[in-house]
Design a protein around this ligand. Structure first.
Ligand code: CND
Ligand code: ZN
Ligand code: ZN
Length: 375
């Protein structure tokens, strides 16, 4: 019985900018009102975690526990938590769903006012931390912090899932898979017969590919500077692979020629401002839509001639594939179990949690799509 007590366990801590992960013994305080303590079973490694290691996205002061793509089981709940109980299998949500704010009440967005992206305090709602190490408070990451054996999150940041779901696979529904798949099926709402281009064939980009395929896109073009990504991309449904480095012309010109005037949908899944502009310019000038999924470095700016928007192009972006987490994550897990889509191919590596630095090396060297850490 650990409920109500401090739990001593291990976590991967980043002590400072660009430092490696350090496995430490930490203390995790019991959940307070409207909080949930979760035993993490599996956590994937996403490029956004690496952005946070490098300090290229805004995040609070170190030390911090990163990680936002996981599956686990509820250990205990705080006062006032009525929809979850110990033993429930769950996925932590980096885009919460409080159910009460203006955004939550609108069908137009999945963002909730409690979302901590871009204004992450690293603290719980009462401005305190549940993690400590060597007597020092440790900050959390975008309301999740999953590179730890136990975490505490707000009850708005938890979705209950089917008890039979394999955590080492469905953890990807906590970010990579849903972010990409939803960008295609929910944000773009791709029509059958569409032509699509995906910039960046990592975990997110390949999940866009899966969504394009399910939605009936007939031409799916993949763009990446790492040709080692092309074999898997083709397996998942990419019809044409393009390496910008093999072309002397700007990539958007290549794409406009290839598609007879531009694509219906372009997805940027890298996080580079240059490829965001290329993605926008590769869409058809009147009926094309560009969707920004990648996270660009903080303070970056994009500029383009506003005339390119005047004939009706659409430019938009989305977090977590536009899915409201509590409403959609349980269904996505059920759809996975019913084999409506297959995400297993995205998991190229599994490692024990303590080998987290090796997992990040696999991502940085371009050798992995997703590495899943097992606890
Ligand atoms: P990952 O690094 O696995 O994939 C990026 C891919 O882009 C790799 O295959 C690279 O080889 C390729 N690439 C890099 N530079 C270029 C270039 N100049 N031209 C073409 N291809 C290039 O990353 P990921 O798939 O985990 O994440 C992709 C982005 O999505 C990243 O910016 C991440 O922070 C962001 C993201 C967004 C959201 C959201 O909710 N919107 C959630 N999680 C991650
Ligand atoms: Zn992510
Ligand atoms: Zn809300």
């Amino acid at each position: 019985e650990t409920a109500g007590k401090v739990i001593k366990c291990r976590a991967a801590i980043i002590w400072g900018d660009k430092q490696p992960f350090s496995i430490e013994d930490i203390e995790v305080a019991p959940p307070r009102a409207h909080e949930v303590r979760i035993k993490i079973l599996a956590s994937g490694i996403c490029r956004s975690d690496d952005h946070a290691v490098n300090g290229t996205i805004s995040n609070p002061a170190y030390p911090i526990i990163l990680g936002h793509e996981a599956a686990g089981v509820v250990e205990s709940v705080g006062e006032g938590v009525t929809n979850l109980k110990p033993g429930d299998k769950v996925i932590p949500l980096f885009v919460p769903q409080c159910g009460e704010c203006r955004c939550c009440k609108s069908p137009k967005t999945n963002i909730c006012v409690k979302t901590k992206l871009g204004n992450n305090t690293g603290l719980m709602e009462d401005n305190t931390s549940r993690f400590s190490c060597k007597g020092k408070d440790i900050y959390n990451f975008i309301g999740t912090s999953t590179f730890t054996e136990y975490t505490v999150v707000s009850d708005a940041n938890v979705a209950k899932i089917d008890a039979s779901a394999p955590p080492e696979k469905v953890c990807l529904i906590g970010c990579g898979f849903s972010t990409g798949y939803g960008s295609a099926v929910k944000v773009a709402k791709i029509e059958p017969g569409s032509t699509c281009v995906i910039f960046g064939l990592g975990g997110i980009g390949l999940s866009v590919v899966i969504g394009c395929k399910v939605a009936g896109a007939t031409r799916i073009i993949g763009v990446d500077i790492n040709p080692e990504k092309f074999a898997k991309a083709k397996e998942l449904g990419v019809t044409d692979c393009i390496n910008p480095q093999d072309n002397t012309k700007p990539i958007h010109e290549v794409l406009i020629e290839l598609t007879g005037g531009g694509v219906d949908y372009a997805f940027e899944c890298i996080g580079h401002i240059n490829s965001m502009t290329s993605a926008l310019l590769s869409t058809h000038y009147a009926l094309g839509t560009c969707i920004i999924v990648g996270v660009a470095p903080k303070s970056s700016q994009i500029s383009f001639d506003p005339m390119i928007m005047l004939f009706g192009r659409t430019l938009k972006g989305a977090c977590f594939g536009g899915f409201k987490g509590k409403d959609c994550v349980p269904q996505l897990v059920s759809d996975y179990l019913a084999k409506k889509f297959d995400l297993d191919g995205l998991v190229t590596h599994t490692l024990p949690f303590e080998k987290i630095n090796e997992g990040f090396e696999l991502l940085r060297s371009g050798k992995s799509i997703r590495t899943v850490l097992l606890f």
